[in-house]
Ligand binder design. Structure first.
Ligand SMILES: O=C(O)CCC(=O)C(=O)O
Ligand SMILES: [Fe+2]
Length: 260
Protein backbone atom coordinates (compact mmCIF):
# COMPACT_ATOMS: atom_id res chain seq x y z
CA UNK A 1 0.00 0.00 0.00
CA UNK A 2 1.23 3.49 -0.83
CA UNK A 3 1.77 6.01 1.92
CA UNK A 4 0.28 9.48 1.76
CA UNK A 5 3.73 10.84 0.84
CA UNK A 6 3.18 9.44 -2.63
CA UNK A 7 -0.45 10.64 -2.82
CA UNK A 8 -0.59 14.19 -1.42
CA UNK A 9 1.76 16.96 -2.54
CA UNK A 10 3.07 17.59 0.96
CA UNK A 11 5.40 20.34 -0.22
CA UNK A 12 2.45 22.41 -1.39
CA UNK A 13 0.09 21.14 1.28
CA UNK A 14 2.01 20.16 4.44
CA UNK A 15 -1.13 18.93 6.17
CA UNK A 16 0.81 17.73 9.21
CA UNK A 17 2.39 21.14 9.82
CA UNK A 18 0.75 23.18 12.57
CA UNK A 19 1.19 26.52 10.78
CA UNK A 20 -0.38 25.15 7.62
CA UNK A 21 -3.26 23.66 9.61
CA UNK A 22 -3.86 27.02 11.28
CA UNK A 23 -3.73 28.79 7.93
CA UNK A 24 -6.35 26.39 6.48
CA UNK A 25 -8.48 26.74 9.59
CA UNK A 26 -8.51 30.54 9.22
CA UNK A 27 -9.15 30.33 5.49
CA UNK A 28 -12.20 28.13 5.90
CA UNK A 29 -13.52 30.45 8.63
CA UNK A 30 -13.01 33.47 6.40
CA UNK A 31 -14.23 32.07 3.06
CA UNK A 32 -16.58 29.37 4.34
CA UNK A 33 -14.90 26.89 2.08
CA UNK A 34 -11.39 25.66 1.43
CA UNK A 35 -9.98 24.94 -2.00
CA UNK A 36 -6.62 23.16 -2.11
CA UNK A 37 -5.40 23.08 -5.70
CA UNK A 38 -2.95 20.39 -6.81
CA UNK A 39 -3.58 18.52 -3.60
CA UNK A 40 -2.85 15.19 -5.31
CA UNK A 41 0.53 14.40 -6.80
CA UNK A 42 0.35 13.93 -10.59
CA UNK A 43 1.10 10.24 -10.39
CA UNK A 44 -1.58 9.57 -7.82
CA UNK A 45 -4.13 11.62 -9.77
CA UNK A 46 -3.27 9.52 -12.83
CA UNK A 47 -3.74 6.27 -10.88
CA UNK A 48 -7.06 7.38 -9.43
CA UNK A 49 -8.31 8.57 -12.83
CA UNK A 50 -7.36 5.19 -14.35
CA UNK A 51 -9.19 3.43 -11.56
CA UNK A 52 -12.24 5.67 -12.01
CA UNK A 53 -12.28 4.95 -15.75
CA UNK A 54 -12.03 1.21 -15.14
CA UNK A 55 -14.96 1.36 -12.74
CA UNK A 56 -17.10 3.68 -14.87
CA UNK A 57 -19.02 0.77 -16.43
CA UNK A 58 -20.12 -0.31 -12.96
CA UNK A 59 -21.60 3.07 -12.01
CA UNK A 60 -25.24 3.08 -10.98
CA UNK A 61 -27.10 5.97 -12.60
CA UNK A 62 -30.05 7.58 -10.88
CA UNK A 63 -32.28 10.50 -11.66
CA UNK A 64 -34.12 12.18 -8.84
CA UNK A 65 -36.50 15.01 -8.23
CA UNK A 66 -35.94 16.61 -4.85
CA UNK A 67 -36.43 19.85 -2.98
CA UNK A 68 -33.48 22.03 -1.90
CA UNK A 69 -33.63 20.20 1.43
CA UNK A 70 -33.34 16.86 -0.42
CA UNK A 71 -36.89 15.81 0.45
CA UNK A 72 -39.90 14.83 -1.61
CA UNK A 73 -42.37 17.51 -2.60
CA UNK A 74 -44.99 17.99 0.09
CA UNK A 75 -48.67 18.10 -0.86
CA UNK A 76 -49.45 20.34 2.08
CA UNK A 77 -47.08 23.13 0.96
CA UNK A 78 -47.40 25.43 -2.04
CA UNK A 79 -45.46 23.92 -4.96
CA UNK A 80 -43.96 27.37 -5.58
CA UNK A 81 -42.59 27.63 -2.05
CA UNK A 82 -38.77 27.76 -2.45
CA UNK A 83 -38.48 24.87 0.01
CA UNK A 84 -41.01 22.79 -1.93
CA UNK A 85 -39.89 23.36 -5.53
CA UNK A 86 -38.51 20.36 -7.37
CA UNK A 87 -34.92 20.20 -8.59
CA UNK A 88 -33.48 17.51 -10.85
CA UNK A 89 -30.31 15.58 -10.11
CA UNK A 90 -28.81 12.82 -12.21
CA UNK A 91 -25.40 11.21 -12.01
CA UNK A 92 -23.70 7.87 -11.80
CA UNK A 93 -22.12 6.52 -8.65
CA UNK A 94 -19.61 3.78 -7.82
CA UNK A 95 -19.80 2.89 -4.12
CA UNK A 96 -16.97 2.13 -1.73
CA UNK A 97 -17.04 -1.67 -1.90
CA UNK A 98 -16.03 -1.62 -5.59
CA UNK A 99 -12.91 0.45 -4.92
CA UNK A 100 -9.70 -1.57 -4.65
CA UNK A 101 -8.54 -1.89 -1.04
CA UNK A 102 -5.05 -0.89 -2.16
CA UNK A 103 -6.32 2.18 -3.99
CA UNK A 104 -4.78 5.55 -3.11
CA UNK A 105 -8.33 6.60 -2.27
CA UNK A 106 -8.53 4.09 0.58
CA UNK A 107 -5.05 5.01 1.79
CA UNK A 108 -5.97 8.70 1.83
CA UNK A 109 -9.38 8.15 3.42
CA UNK A 110 -7.93 5.99 6.23
CA UNK A 111 -4.79 8.04 6.80
CA UNK A 112 -4.46 9.31 10.38
CA UNK A 113 -2.61 12.38 9.14
CA UNK A 114 -5.37 13.24 6.68
CA UNK A 115 -8.14 12.60 9.24
CA UNK A 116 -6.33 14.67 11.85
CA UNK A 117 -6.02 17.53 9.32
CA UNK A 118 -9.78 17.40 8.63
CA UNK A 119 -10.61 17.30 12.35
CA UNK A 120 -8.38 20.25 13.15
CA UNK A 121 -9.38 22.55 10.31
CA UNK A 122 -13.09 21.89 10.85
CA UNK A 123 -12.81 22.03 14.67
CA UNK A 124 -14.33 18.57 15.11
CA UNK A 125 -13.78 16.06 17.93
CA UNK A 126 -13.54 12.87 15.91
CA UNK A 127 -14.53 11.54 12.51
CA UNK A 128 -15.57 8.02 11.54
CA UNK A 129 -16.18 6.10 8.33
CA UNK A 130 -19.70 4.97 7.46
CA UNK A 131 -20.66 1.66 9.06
CA UNK A 132 -22.10 0.34 5.78
CA UNK A 133 -19.78 -0.86 3.03
CA UNK A 134 -20.99 1.53 0.32
CA UNK A 135 -21.03 5.10 1.55
CA UNK A 136 -17.58 6.15 2.79
CA UNK A 137 -15.91 6.83 -0.57
CA UNK A 138 -17.96 7.42 -3.70
CA UNK A 139 -16.93 8.01 -7.31
CA UNK A 140 -19.42 10.29 -9.02
CA UNK A 141 -19.77 10.48 -12.80
CA UNK A 142 -21.64 13.31 -14.46
CA UNK A 143 -22.14 12.46 -18.13
CA UNK A 144 -23.20 14.96 -20.81
CA UNK A 145 -26.51 16.55 -19.76
CA UNK A 146 -26.22 15.37 -16.16
CA UNK A 147 -26.27 17.71 -13.19
CA UNK A 148 -26.91 18.12 -9.49
CA UNK A 149 -29.84 20.43 -8.77
CA UNK A 150 -29.75 23.15 -6.08
CA UNK A 151 -29.62 21.61 -2.62
CA UNK A 152 -28.35 21.71 0.94
CA UNK A 153 -26.55 18.52 2.03
CA UNK A 154 -27.75 16.37 4.91
CA UNK A 155 -24.17 16.02 6.17
CA UNK A 156 -22.71 19.10 7.86
CA UNK A 157 -19.48 19.15 5.84
CA UNK A 158 -18.40 17.79 2.48
CA UNK A 159 -14.97 16.79 1.20
CA UNK A 160 -14.54 16.36 -2.54
CA UNK A 161 -11.65 15.52 -4.84
CA UNK A 162 -11.90 16.52 -8.48
CA UNK A 163 -10.49 13.79 -10.71
CA UNK A 164 -11.65 14.92 -14.15
CA UNK A 165 -13.33 18.24 -14.91
CA UNK A 166 -15.78 18.50 -17.76
CA UNK A 167 -14.54 20.78 -20.51
CA UNK A 168 -17.89 22.60 -20.70
CA UNK A 169 -20.58 22.95 -18.02
CA UNK A 170 -20.41 20.85 -14.86
CA UNK A 171 -19.57 23.93 -12.80
CA UNK A 172 -19.90 24.09 -9.04
CA UNK A 173 -22.06 27.03 -7.95
CA UNK A 174 -22.80 27.99 -4.36
CA UNK A 175 -23.84 30.66 -1.90
CA UNK A 176 -22.60 30.80 1.68
CA UNK A 177 -25.63 32.54 3.19
CA UNK A 178 -29.19 31.28 3.25
CA UNK A 179 -29.25 28.74 6.03
CA UNK A 180 -28.06 28.14 9.55
CA UNK A 181 -29.31 24.67 10.38
CA UNK A 182 -28.23 24.93 14.05
CA UNK A 183 -30.22 28.12 14.52
CA UNK A 184 -33.10 26.76 12.41
CA UNK A 185 -32.74 29.74 10.08
CA UNK A 186 -33.48 29.68 6.37
CA UNK A 187 -33.73 32.59 3.93
CA UNK A 188 -36.45 31.61 1.46
CA UNK A 189 -36.24 34.85 -0.52
CA UNK A 190 -32.52 34.39 -1.18
CA UNK A 191 -33.02 30.73 -2.09
CA UNK A 192 -35.80 31.66 -4.47
CA UNK A 193 -33.69 34.42 -6.07
CA UNK A 194 -30.75 32.08 -6.60
CA UNK A 195 -32.91 29.31 -8.07
CA UNK A 196 -34.52 31.82 -10.43
CA UNK A 197 -31.20 33.33 -11.44
CA UNK A 198 -32.07 36.72 -9.93
CA UNK A 199 -29.16 36.56 -7.53
CA UNK A 200 -25.77 35.40 -8.76
CA UNK A 201 -24.14 32.50 -6.93
CA UNK A 202 -20.40 32.09 -6.55
CA UNK A 203 -18.80 30.00 -9.23
CA UNK A 204 -15.89 27.70 -8.55
CA UNK A 205 -13.68 26.64 -11.39
CA UNK A 206 -12.24 23.40 -10.10
CA UNK A 207 -9.19 21.84 -11.69
CA UNK A 208 -8.19 18.19 -11.49
CA UNK A 209 -6.40 17.14 -8.33
CA UNK A 210 -8.16 19.79 -6.20
CA UNK A 211 -9.50 19.00 -2.74
CA UNK A 212 -12.50 21.03 -1.55
CA UNK A 213 -14.03 21.26 1.89
CA UNK A 214 -17.28 23.08 2.48
CA UNK A 215 -20.20 23.29 4.86
CA UNK A 216 -22.77 21.76 2.53
CA UNK A 217 -25.59 21.69 5.06
CA UNK A 218 -25.69 25.48 5.23
CA UNK A 219 -24.68 26.29 1.65
CA UNK A 220 -27.06 26.11 -1.22
CA UNK A 221 -25.05 24.56 -4.04
CA UNK A 222 -25.38 22.77 -7.35
CA UNK A 223 -23.46 21.33 -10.30
CA UNK A 224 -24.62 22.81 -13.62
CA UNK A 225 -25.37 20.36 -16.49
CA UNK A 226 -22.26 18.92 -18.10
CA UNK A 227 -22.06 19.99 -21.73
CA UNK A 228 -18.96 18.13 -22.85
CA UNK A 229 -18.48 14.52 -23.93
CA UNK A 230 -15.80 14.32 -21.25
CA UNK A 231 -17.62 13.31 -18.06
CA UNK A 232 -17.01 15.15 -14.82
CA UNK A 233 -15.57 12.68 -12.30
CA UNK A 234 -15.55 13.68 -8.67
CA UNK A 235 -14.82 11.69 -5.51
CA UNK A 236 -16.64 12.36 -2.26
CA UNK A 237 -14.82 11.39 0.95
CA UNK A 238 -17.61 10.91 3.46
CA UNK A 239 -17.08 10.87 7.22
CA UNK A 240 -19.39 11.06 10.22
CA UNK A 241 -18.92 12.85 13.50
CA UNK A 242 -20.36 9.79 15.28
CA UNK A 243 -19.36 6.15 15.09
CA UNK A 244 -21.49 3.27 13.72
CA UNK A 245 -23.60 5.44 11.40
CA UNK A 246 -25.01 3.91 8.22
CA UNK A 247 -26.43 5.85 5.30
CA UNK A 248 -30.17 5.13 5.30
CA UNK A 249 -31.26 2.10 3.27
CA UNK A 250 -33.48 4.36 1.26
CA UNK A 251 -30.58 6.64 0.29
CA UNK A 252 -28.37 3.64 -0.51
CA UNK A 253 -31.05 2.21 -2.80
CA UNK A 254 -31.43 5.58 -4.51
CA UNK A 255 -27.75 6.30 -5.08
CA UNK A 256 -26.19 2.83 -5.39
CA UNK A 257 -29.16 0.69 -6.47
CA UNK A 258 -28.54 -1.72 -3.61
CA UNK A 259 -28.26 -1.83 0.18
CA UNK A 260 -25.06 -3.84 0.50
O1 LIG B 1 -20.06 17.35 -7.41
C1 LIG B 1 -19.80 18.28 -6.64
O2 LIG B 1 -18.91 19.10 -6.85
C2 LIG B 1 -20.62 18.45 -5.42
C3 LIG B 1 -21.28 17.20 -4.97
C4 LIG B 1 -22.38 17.47 -4.01
O3 LIG B 1 -22.80 18.56 -3.79
C5 LIG B 1 -23.01 16.34 -3.31
O4 LIG B 1 -22.66 15.18 -3.61
O5 LIG B 1 -23.89 16.58 -2.47
FE1 LIG C 1 -24.07 18.58 -2.09
Amino acid sequence: MNSINSIIDLNKHPINDLNYIQKCNSLIKKNSLLVLENFLLDNSLKNILNEAKQLEGKAFYCEQQHTVLLSKQSDSLDKKDPLNRLMTSDKGCVPHDLINQRSDLNTLYNSDIFKSFIIKILNLDKIFPYADNLSSINLNYYQKGQQLGWHFDNASFAITLMIQSSTQGGEFEYITEGRDSNANYIDKKLISDVIDGKSDPNLLDVSEGTLILFYGRNYLHRVTPVQSDTPRILITLNYNEENHIELSENARLTFFGRIN
